[in-house]
Design a protein around this ligand. Sequence first.
Ligand code: SF4
Length: 374
Amino acid sequence: MDRLHARYPFLQAARTAVATADVSLPAMVAEGAPAVERGRERVERALTEGTVESETPDTYDERAELLSYPIARILVSILESEAAIEKYARAEARTAIERLVTDLDRDDELRSIGTVSIDLNDVLREFDLEDAVRSDSDRRSADPSRTRYRIDVGPYLELSSREWGDRWRLVNRELADGSIPIDREDLLRCLERAIHDRVLEGLPFEFADDDELAAELSSEVEDLRRLLSERPRVGAIEVIVPDLFPPCMRNLIEKTERGTELSAPEEFALMAFLTGLDMSPEEVVTFCEGTSLDAEAIRYQTEFLRDDTGTQYPPPTCETLSAYGICHNEEDHWQVAGDPLAYYERRLETADEVVDWRERAAANGANGDADADA
Ligand code: SF4
């Protein structure tokens, strides 16, 4: 087991390392090995934060990190929720791509001393894409992140979705000789889909009612179920009144209005909050018009946050937002609510009269149309 396997546990080589190691998952679970707690954290963070990164990475060695992956797959199977499995797979894929970007962008010196041992070709080979994706010889760049590629149309259609926006429709791509040009960012998005599908393979595992391993994991499963049931109701708030948003969200919105880019945790928190208000991706795009947020990135993230069952990711808790420096506990309102949605709900309940942003936006649109017609 090595660092690469721990970092990318979906790789075939990592699976082989687990399968051939002298490891008994039931024994590990019975003795409460660190991989079990890390596996539980993996699922918890996937369902609540959209990532499987540990909050305390130094706590776990490479062995625990790698073995936490099969444990997490078992735990999410026992939860018996298709939505949970889907969210878990998305979070694994998202985290893997974030790690890959970090590793690809490390400088050559670090690569040469073996700190990083994965490159894009390794990942393409992993998914049998080495022949289907080629760097575009006319558009090579000294900056690897700006290199462009060509991808064969078959894999492109398999690994992309029209739901990602019009830009992804084949008619809007320059198809020539059975392949299309694609930049690195879009290629990574296709690879994220490939990793997601790989993580989903074989899930959920089936367990008999009297399965001993499932029984040994019952307290971890109960923890996860309790956590999910304690999460705030999402989608129950139907009125959008930006003036009543909590300070953390108002601060983030003001930042984007000044043209400042948000960090990844900031953007996730804001998108999860707006999605939690039951805003559709298009409404969020309209709401964020004229800010530093990119419309296509908003669509992608809000679609990621929502799911067909309506059980969206809740926004991170006040505690988590505080850890990221997003919350400053203004007016001591941790006393009032444990998460931004709950705080907003309280403010709505005590507000005298409220006008839904959607009504105002529709009225402005109608006025705009009238002005245009005049
Ligand atoms: S206490 Fe919670 S709701 Fe209030 S600003 Fe902080 S994160 Fe936002």
